[in-house]
Design a protein around this ligand. Structure first.
Ligand code: MF3
Ligand code: CO
Length: 250
């Protein structure tokens, strides 16, 4: 069952989304050579708590941090630690904040200093695939219209979408129905209705779609060692354009 949010619940989700987006922005500003991923995680946690919110990821299924920070060939769920970011790295930061009974969830991949044109293209295509997807995030469309648009855009640029991990409904719980794959067929899946709140999150590999899970139980890397990028926002289905609840402030 896909929950439809009331106007009051939507207001609460706007607040959660705003804090989550600001935490992502803060993390992005901290991405530079010499910084450790755990320094970014600490700043994210401090910021979220200062807003009166709680980091959604901390202790979720035993996850030990507030942000997921995934570098280069790490796709998602990288655990922050002593790793020192280097010039040329690409750094995916995924954050969630819970306040007023609701979660925000968003991610982006940031360049560390000067990066290669190839890495920048991967970041740009991943981000744009989200926007290609949400062109279809309208009442009356079907869920896989979004999925298919993301897949078509990504594969049209010679990259591949990860299959094992998907977007999801988000609200009172961080992961709610429906699952939102980044691949699919137009016209399939549940019909979209106003009041649905969804986390759309393309995970894009420069090489093959295959991934491997590390022995830390969390970190997901590409199998071929090529780099990956991630972009995610929490959105609201409306009677018109979708509203991005985790939109950047400017
Ligand atoms: N943003 C991630 C997702 O959408 C959540 C991170 S997993 C966690 O699935 F366990 F670290 F929280
Ligand atoms: Co998510």
């Amino acid at each position: 069952m896909i929950t439809l949010r009331s106007p009051h619940e939507i207001d609460l989700m706007r607040r959660a989304g705003e804090i989550t987006a600001a935490a992502r922005a803060l993390a992005g500003e901290m991405v530079r050579p010499g910084v450790t991923t755990q320094e970014i995680d600490s700043a994210v946690e401090r910021f979220i708590r200062k807003q009166g919110a709680v980091p959604s990821f901390l202790h979720y299924n035993g996850y030990p941090a507030s942000a997921c920070i995934s570098v280069n060939d790490e796709v998602i769920h990288g655990i922050p630690g002593k790793r020192v970011l280097q010039e040329g790295d690409i750094v995916s930061v995924d954050v969630g904040a819970y306040i007023g009974g609701f979660h925000g969830d968003c991610a982006a991949t940031f360049p560390c200093g000067r990066i290669s044109p190839e890495a920048q293209d991967l970041i740009d295509v991943t981000r744009q695939s989200f926007f290609e997807g949400i062109r279809w995030a309208r009442e009356g469309q079907r869920l896989q219209d979004i999925s298919a648009a993301i897949q078509g855009y990504v594969e049209g640029h010679g990259y591949s979408v990860v299959r094992e991990y998907v977007g999801h409904g988000v609200g009172a719980k961080m992961h709610e129905p429906p699952e939102i794959p980044n691949y699919g067929r137009p016209g399939r899946g549940p019909r979209l209705l106003r009041g649905m709140t969804l986390a759309i999150e393309p995970m894009v590999n420069a090489g093959s779609a295959a991934i491997q899970q590390l022995s830390d139980g969390w970190t997901v890397k590409t199998l071929d060692g090529k780099w990956a990028a991630h972009y995610e926002n929490t959105i609201l289905i409306t009677d018109g354009e979708p509203e991005i609840l985790t939109a950047p402030a400017i």
